[in-house]
Write a protein that binds this ligand. Structure first.
Ligand code: 13P
Length: 342
């Protein structure tokens, strides 16, 4: 496999493929387990990740997997590190390297993502362990008065510093500025804020001399807040999202991989499909880097029980297949029906 950054970025957005984000921190995965009554232990989290990573055939649609530090240091039941287990199947191992979103001083209710201290050494260690790409997530909240300029610029700066360090250490950075869907804001407001955030992020990336050809962008889609009273059609999301990206993402970036952000899994697939079906020119590949929208059905089917392993794997395979089709604009409702019927 070619290990130069341009080839890795291209492989992550290869035709019909996207990324599985399985990098929940221990508290976040514990919350997801708790909701289903699954006990969260180092062992059960390891078993869950092994179930996902050994889903037969999923590599046809999944180019890479983002892991959390705990998983990166764990081994499969056959004694192989997860990084090697993935690369043996043709999936690139990735790693979340930020240390979380912390309260932003001087602001009420906003956060800045931390993790720059010591990052160079951590990146070098992860690369030696087999990682080929990394992820850093910034979160931006919308209210009537937020986000503040301070929140946007602090997060953009940190994302750019992280991305420059990744490239120095021969890892492809996934740059993730997530404008949250929490709240009652309209799709119009989401488009305004997303555009402003992307503008600030690319300005910072250029300032920090990040090579745009050697990174991927992981943005939110342009959608209304989850408490917005006006329903928004799939087509409206596609139009607003592509318009916003065309205005703010340089053509040098090889790929855009969306986060799902709490969207229902079928809706996240339909949105990705509609964006890819838009007739307007798209200078980048557009695919997925979903966490919940890929994993939720698999986690429910598995439910922490060994005897459900195959059911969990089939559920992951199915969503990966549907999203792989959506990354080409070829997803249809019938694909869901076929699976439901076996
Ligand atoms: P979701 O798709 O669940 O939003 O997760 C993607 C992700 O990696 C968030 O950082």
């Amino acid at each position: 496999m070619n290990h130069d950054l341009g080839s890795i970025a291209a492989a992550l957005v290869a035709k019909g493929k996207g990324i599985l984000a399985a990098d929940e921190t221990v508290p976040t995965l514990t919350k997801r387990f708790d909701a289903l009554g699954i006990q969260s232990t180092e062992q059960s989290r390891c078993a869950y990740r092994e179930m996902l990573f050994t889903s037969v055939g999923a590599a046809e649609f999944i180019s890479g997997v983002i892991m959390y530090d705990e998983t990166m240091r764990q081994k499969s039941s056959s004694g192989v590190s997860f990084a090697h287990l993935l690369s043996d199947q043709g999936m690139l191992p990735g790693i979340k390297v930020d240390t979380g979103a912390k309260p932003l001083a001087g602001s009420s209710g906003e956060k800045v993502t931390e993790g720059l201290d010591g990052l160079r050494d951590r990146l070098s260690e992860y690369r030696d362990m087999g990682a080929r790409f990394a992820k850093w997530r910034a979160v931006i909240r919308i209210t009537n008065t937020l986000p503040s300029a301070a929140c946007v610029s602090a997060n953009a700066h940190a994302l750019a510093r992280y991305a420059a360090l990744c490239q120095e250490q021969h890892l492809v950075p996934i740059v993730e500025p997530e404008v949250l869907m929490d709240g009652s804001h309209t799709i119009v407001r989401c488009e305004d804020v997303t555009g402003m955030v992307l503008h600030a992020v690319f300005r910072a990336l250029v300032e920090q001399r990040v090579v745009l050809e050697h990174m991927l962008l992981k943005p939110n889609m342009v959608i209304a807040g989850d408490e917005c009273s006006r329903p928004v059609k799939v087509q409206e999301v596609a139009v607003a999202t592509l318009r916003c990206l065309r205005r703010h993402v340089p053509a040098a970036v090889p790929g855009i991989v969306f986060l799902s952000g709490g969207q229902d899994d079928l809706v996240a697939t339909a949105h990705l499909n509609a964006i890819n079906r838009m007739p307007r020119p798209k200078p980048w590949k557009i695919s997925f880097s979903y966490g919940r929208a890929l994993q939720d059905p698999a986690l429910k089917a598995w439910h922490g029980r060994d005897e459900n392993l195959k059911l969990g794997q089939q559920a992951l395979y199915h969503r990966a297949r549907c999203n792989g089709a959506a990354s080409l604009g070829l997803y249809t409702d019938e694909m869901e029906a076929v699976s439901a019927g076996g």
